[in-house]
Design a protein around this ligand. Structure first.
Ligand code: FES
Length: 121
C-alpha cells in the first residue's frame, strides 16, 4: 500500500496519540487492506457499518484476513472460511478472538487510536 503515513519500520511511532495508518481512499468500499505497522500487520476494512481494524492473521492458521470476503461487518478468512465479526473480533462458532483496534476517520485518513492495545516493539 502506498503512502502509509505510519509505515513499517517507523521507530518513532508512539501510542500516546492517534496515528494515521492509511488514507481512506486506500481501502475500497467492501474490501480490506493489510497495513504494515511497526512489528505487525493490521487488517483495515471498509464496510457499510464503517471502518474496522483487526490483527491481519487469522487465529486458526494465520490466513490473511484482509484478503477475505467482507459482508455484514464480518470478514471470511480466505483459507478455511472462518467468519470474524469486525465489530468485536469474535470468530463466529469458535472460542477464538482476533485483536481489534479502535479507529477514527479524520482529514481523509484512518487513525489508530491510543489505548487500543497496540504494543510497540
Ligand atoms: S487460517 Fe483462517 S480459517 Fe484457517
Amino acid at each position: 500500500m502506498s503512502g502509509n503515513p505510519a509505515a513499517a519500520g517507523t521507530a518513532s511511532v508512539t501510542m500516546r496519540e492517534a496515528i494515521p495508518i492509511c488514507f481512506v481512499d486506500d481501502v475500497p468500499f467492501g474490501e480490506g487492506r493489510s497495513i504494515a505497522l511497526v512489528n505487525r500487520r493490521i487488517g483495515v476494512f471498509h464496510t457499510p457499518q464503517g471502518f474496522f481494524a483487526i490483527d491481519n492473521d487469522c487465529p486458526h492458521q494465520g490466513g490473511p484476513l484482509s484478503d477475505g470476503i467482507v459482508a455484514d461487518a464480518c470478514v471470511t478468512c480466505p483459507l478455511h472460511g472462518r467468519r470474524i465479526d469486525l465489530t468485536t473480533g469474535q470468530v463466529q462458532g469458535h472460542d477464538e478472538q482476533v485483536k481489534r483496534y479502535s479507529l477514527e476517520i479524520r482529514d481523509g485518513k484512518v487513525w489508530l487510536l491510543p489505548g487500543t492495545g497496540f504494543q510497540e516493539p
